[in-house]
Design a protein around this ligand. Structure first.
Ligand SMILES: Cc1cc2nc3c(=O)[nH]c(=O)nc-3n(C[C@H](O)[C@H](O)[C@H](O)COP(=O)(O)OP(=O)(O)OC[C@H]3O[C@@H](n4cnc5c(N)ncnc54)[C@H](O)[C@@H]3O)c2cc1C
Length: 458
């Protein structure tokens, strides 16, 4: 919670407008509120059109029985002394330092953070684009068709413009594991990607491991292949060759809708400097998927938000240092079995870590420095748990990964024991612990969780 300096009492508030209610916006609010109040106390307003934040990174697990993880932004803002407006920023007027909202209000700002994310849309004609939580329904139908044998050959495609490719590997591996668990055979799942190696952006060590995981699950890789369209059972690729599939699931392309008054580059992305100051606009910062940075990942969005928040605090008179942007990907790959944790500083091979036990704590899928602990606390079964959690901490790769496995096993064993004794609430609490340790609930417990939930409320 912010501490207010005596000098701040009576000073005119410094008006901060945060456009967006996603990963970058929430991380920025947490960072702004973590520091001692600057000489001019912050009056923060968040503008976001959807009151519900949904962690898109976990949407890949939802068709397989994972829960949607959501936060009510009104509640989040109230907890952090922020005014929430269910509205969006329609225009930015840099000279008079005002935003025009979609509802028609003109709002003055001393500092504006643009954290409006990107729009995800299909760029592979004829395919189904998996854009997040809104696509869980049709993906479930696809699984059901695979299960009853109505279709057998499915491609998971990465169009050339997509640089953050992790979700496609997760969907392919989860699908393969799901079919195997149901003793289904005779299907062909392939990842078709423009990358030379799977998850190429994270370097050869990660690629090698992902290739091995795909191989173990019987998923083929067609690499270095640009996809063009899916048409009557043919996935047409650059160079004119094609492959036969029954269905194609693709990652979406990204763009940023026009915000008049904001200089936007190709596909609408917002140019900014290393301190996240928007090119050509004073007192305006940007963070996350809406910026020019090519890798669109929540952990990176949060790192950018932290930098922008420091800049805003300085503008309000605080002496806080603006950290440099040294992008480090903290990625948790859901595999259908044990997840893989990856910590990869971008732009070099040094410092890469890759293990099946957590490399940061708490092990939340989107490793925002403050958002991770906040979400872990929110979604813990017991909200009082770990009240002291502050910032995500990097962990050394475990010397013995069996310790982590033992902790996971233990929580599942406790869950079983409690369920056998009829204490379903306690059993569910232990499943929550297991889910936290494993990023997602182990597949064999998804149905059991539903049964135990029903029993707990009966
Ligand atoms: C399927 C999938 C899997 C993913 N997996 C991972 C993963 O494993 N790890 C990871 O770190 N990242 C992952 N990501 C990426 C991650 O979700 C994004 O990088 C992250 O959400 C970007 O944060 P953001 O704040 O920039 O945008 P968002 O989180 O998208 O938030 C944008 C916000 O801005 C609001 N908004 C839009 N326009 C306006 C406007 N004009 N005015 C005001 N508000 C506006 C929106 O309503 C929303 O609240 C995944 C994404 C998807 C879709």
């Amino acid at each position: 919670m912010a501490r207010r300096d005596d000098a701040a009492v009576g000073a005119e508030p410094f008006q901060v407008a945060v456009a967006g209610g996603g990963v970058a916006a929430m991380e920025a609010v947490l960072a702004l509120r973590e520091h001692p109040e600057p000489p001019r106390p912050l009056a923060i307003t968040m503008f976001a059109p959807d009151r519900e934040f949904r962690l898109q990174a976990l949407s890949v697990a939802e068709p397989f029985g994972g829960d949607a993880q959501t936060v009510d932004l009104g509640g989040f803002c109230a907890e952090h002394g922020v005014e929430y407006r269910e509205d969006s920023v329609a225009e930015v007027w840099g000279g008079p330092q005002r935003v025009l909202t979609a509802r028609g209000d003109e709002v003055f700002y001393d500092a504006l953070l643009l954290a409006t994310g990107a729009r995800r849309h299909s760029v592979l004609p004829g395919s189904h684009a998996f854009r997040g939580g809104g696509d869980v329904g049709w993906f479930g139908t696809l699984l059901e068709r695979l299960e009853r044998g109505a279709i057998a050959d499915v491609a998971f495609a990465v169009p050339r413009q997509v640089k953050w490719t992790l979700p496609i590997f997760e969907l392919a591996m989860l699908t393969a594991t799901w079919l195997r668990d149901r003793d289904r055979e005779g299907f062909n799942l392939s990842v078709v990607t423009h990358e030379r190696e799977p998850l190429e952006v994270l370097g050869p060590r990660v690629s090698e491991q992902v290739a091995e995981l795909l191989g173990d699950r019987g998923v083929d890789i067609v690499a270095a292949t640009g996809v063009v369209r899916f048409d009557r059972g043919r996935l047409v690729c650059e160079g004119g060759h094609d492959f036969r599939f029954d269905e194609v699931v693709a990652l979406p392309g990204l763009d940023v809708p026009e915000i008049p008054g904001v200089p936007q580059g190709r596909n609408g992305f917002i140019g900014c400097d290393a301190e996240m100051r928007v090119d050509g606009l004073d007192r305006v910062w940007a963070a996350g998927d809406s910026t020019w940075f090519p890798v669109k990942q929540g952990g990176l969005a949060a790192q950018q938000a932290e930098i922008a928040a420091a800049g805003i605090l300085r503008a309000a008179g605080s002496g806080v240092e603006v950290p440099p942007f040294r992008p480090v990907v903290r990625g948790a790959l859901i595999t259908g079995g044990r997840p893989r944790f990856m910590r990869v500083p971008l732009g070099g091979d040094a410092g890469v870590a890759l293990t099946s036990s957590p490399l940061w704590w708490p092990p939340v899928k989107v490793a925002g420095p403050r958002l991770g602990p906040y979400l872990a606390q929110r979604w813990a079964i017991d909200e009082e748990e770990d009240p002291g959690l502050g910032r995500t901490e990097d962990l050394e790769p475990a010397r013995d990964e069996r310790e982590h496995e033992a902790a996971l096993r233990l929580s599942l064993d406790f869950a079983e024991i409690d369920a056998r004794e009829g204490d379903y609430e306690e059993a569910l609490r232990w499943l929550g612990v297991a889910e936290r340790l494993n990023v997602t609930l182990p597949a064999e417990y998804v149905e059991r969780r539903e049964e135990w939930r029903a029993a707990a409320t009966a």
